[in-house]
Design a protein around this ligand. Structure first.
Ligand code: DQA
Length: 145
């Protein structure tokens, strides 16, 4: 049995469904979790799905994933654009890492064009709303045993 894929979400994503739905969609984080669980199950895999508004908590989970996970899917949200500490934790994890965004940050304000997380990511899925997470879980499953 392979280790789970950690699916981590950063700040403000607990507000999915009510937060700028024209950008992030009407689905809630529970909907995202259910879709990820369905996709993982279809691939014969399991996930650990967590969200935090706190940078240090996300870093603790990435450090935990280092030994407990087979791969990491992470939507770092705003911390992707600011956090070198999160980048360092992801590099130290030495796991396949799939960066995931609901929107397409490259097509938005300039402040969103750079993410530190991309420097540690194996690949990036963005712009497909809830489906970004499903595709990221599929990519993570392909990248890991
Ligand atoms: C986001 C994009 C980020 O720029 C933003 O700060 C978020 C969500 C996305 O999923 O599209 O909070 O990561």
């Amino acid at each position: 049995m392979s280790k789970p894929i950690y699916v981590l979400s950063g700040p403000n994503l607990n507000l999915l469904g009510v937060r700028e739905p024209q950008i992030y969609g009407k689905e809630t984080l529970d909907d995202v979790r259910a879709a990820c669980e369905r996709r993982a199950e279809a691939l014969g895999r399991t996930i650990v799905f967590r969200q935090s508004n706190h940078e240090g908590v996300l870093i603790d989970w990435v450090q935990e994933a280092r030994t407990e996970a087979s791969a990491i899917v992470i939507n770092p949200a705003g911390y992707g654009h600011t956090s070198i500490a999160l980048l360092d934790a992801l590099k130290a994890a030495e796991l396949p890492i799939v960066e995931c965004h609901l929107s397409n940050p490259a097509a938005r304000e300039a402040v969103r064009h750079h993410t530190y997380v991309s420097l540690a990511a194996t690949g990036l899925v963005s712009g497909f709303g809830l489906a970004s997470y499903e595709l990221a879980v599929e990519a993570a499953a392909r990248l890991s045993a």
